[in-house]
Design a protein around this ligand. Sequence first.
Ligand SMILES: [Ca+2]
Ligand SMILES: [Ca+2]
Length: 220
Amino acid sequence: MKLKRFFMLGCMVTAMALISSCSGEDGKDGLNGTNGTNGVDGATGPAGSDGIACWDLNANGVGDIEEDMNGDEFVDALDCQGPQGEAGPAAQRIIVDTTGETPGATSIELDVPELTQAVLDTHIVLTYITDGSNFWSIPAAIPTAFFNFDLVVRYEVGLIEIRELIGTGWDPDLFPEVHIVLIETASMGGKSQADVMASLKAAQVDVNNYEEVKKFFGLK
Ligand SMILES: [Ca+2]
Ligand SMILES: [Ca+2]
């Protein structure tokens, strides 16, 4: 038996020696395989739930009476409007007939009873003269077919004074009317005249353009 074991041990040693002595160098890496084909698309997911309607302030999916913001007994998109904005400035227009003024006068005073001290304190006053079709904001230098007029305006309680600086004087035939626009500043939350003028500029209203001013304030 001892001889048989010895023989088997000898065989194992011989086999290991053969294995270790017969290992060659590593072979080259094989070529990369080709990419596989794309998988098929997955199934469409379930539809999302509806969003919350703009009128549904408490997001319960139901039109509740308190969501009827405009009070028309329907709860719909018309109730989605935001709160009313701050009131814009109010304006009024006064037209003064100037045909009775003295021709050639270098200064005319026009009675404007609306111009109280309170109005002067709380309004912007814009003055335009017209030949019946064109309007010029004054003060301004106004070229006409015959003369150039250089007009300035001054306001005091109950009247406006228009002076003609070049010296040809007032021409009541050429300028039959003066239009005065009073823009209330008190209605703008106590804003100053400069604030109101800035807001008009922001609204792209040129105060020198009578038509733009009329349109903005809804004056006929
Ligand atoms: Ca609701
Ligand atoms: Ca409503």
